[in-house]
Design a protein around this ligand. Structure first.
Ligand code: HMG
Ligand code: MG
Length: 307
């Protein structure tokens, strides 16, 4: 039964990260053909933004070493927004060569994670991103930034919201059009989400500039998403089947599952244009390819109902 809640957005953009955040952390490496089929199926289910891969060092993320092959295929054959991760100018060059129109840099709110994930401190990583963002915006690309460890960090503990806002504002000033607030290790709770978004508002950053990116380690991703929607956020990152994690953040598990999100949004009467049955088929198909069950509760429930 649909129960719209006053004050919630009427439409939500789902920013699908399964092919990138999902597959970067799987011990089973799937072939480029499986990846391209995954992306095609996600688009066919109605997802309009599908983060495709990462142009990072293949030594750092071997699961996505075939980024060029995968992107070259889907950019020709899949007609949706296909953002890719780029950490440095080398990554941007590779993305531009293949016709990328939307890239994402990925900053950290903490010093330790910047070192673990990017092999340099926070300031040096912002220096690395500045020319990437400048060149990408000059070339007319959309540029998102992630700000990881926006709520808690496995090495540093709770993260000061002032630090998250400061790093984000610097990236917006560089030219990023959207900041995705990353709960990389899935420790955030709803009150923290509301309070962080409020801190952004006080710093002059509206919800139109923000997206949320919750991992579900403590089972809070959906509650956190609802808290963010109540604050006016309309872009939510999610991963088909709940795949995901970050190889450089200990204790990071899967992202908010796209199907779990769809189930909640449908109940609230919020439009997404995504066909949940097609998505469940895709997640079950991918779970077979990965040789492990799908972590999404909604996928399990809908699959059980079919039997
Ligand atoms: P480095 O070792 O400091 O870089 O790594 P370097 O410039 O010294 O280069 C080292 C080697 O990498 C060289 O190769 C370069 O050519 C190569 P070698 O000479 O040794 O053969 N290289 C590249 N190759 C391909 N594409 C590139 C590239 N750059 C260098 N773009 C670097 C620095 C940033 C490259 C490295 O640390 C890296 O690739 N890190 C990526 C880590 C990563 O992808 N993490 C996961 C994504 S972040 C995440 O999951 C969080 C998120 O989901 C949000 C959240 O949940 O919070 C986004
Ligand atoms: Mg992530």
């Amino acid at each position: 039964m649909v129960v719209p809640e006053p004050g919630l957005p009427t439409e939500v953009t789902i920013y699908e990260v399964g092919p990138r955040d999902g597959l970067q952390n799987e011990s089973a490496v799937v072939s480029a053909d499986v990846k391209t089929e995954f992306i095609r199926r996600l688009a066919d289910a109605g997802l309009r933004t599908v983060e495709t891969t990462s142009f990072v060092s293949p030594k750092w993320v071997p699961q996505l070493a075939d980024a060029a092959e995968v992107f070259a295929d889907v950019v020709k054959n899949v007609d949706v927004d296909l953002p890719v991760l780029v950490p440095n100018e080398r990554g941007l060059d590779r993305a531009l060569e293949l016709g990328a129109r939307h890239v994402a840099v990925f900053a950290s709110a903490t010093e330790t994670f910047a070192r673990k994930n990017l092999n340099r401190g926070l300031e040096a990583s912002l220096d690395m991103f500045a020319p990437v963002v400048a060149r990408a915006t000059d070339a007319g690309l959309r540029v998102r930034t992630y700000v990881s460890m926006a709520f808690g960090d496995p090495w540093e503990g709770p993260v000061d919201p002032a630090q998250v806002v400061d790093v984000s504002v610097r990236l917006i000033e560089m030219g990023c059009d959207q900041v995705s607030l990353g709960d990389t290790i899935g420790v955030a709770t709803a009150g923290q989400v509301t309070s962080l978004i409020d801190r952004f508002a006080k710093a002059g950053v509206g919800v139109d500039k923000l997206a949320v990116h919750f991992h579900d380690t403590y089972g809070q991703a959906l509650a956190n998403t609802l808290a963010a929607l109540r604050c006016g956020i309309t872009t939510v990152d999610a991963s088909a089947g709940g795949l995901g994690g970050c190889p450089y953040a200990k204790s990071a598990t899967g992202n908010l599952a796209t199907e779990d999100l769809l189930w909640m949004l449908a109940g609230l009467g919020i439009e997404t244009g995504v066909d949940i049955d097609k998505l469940v088929d895709t997640s079950l198909w991918m779970a077979d390819r990965l040789g492990r069950p799908c972590p999404s509760r909604t996928v399990s429930a809908l699959a059980a109902e079919r039997q």
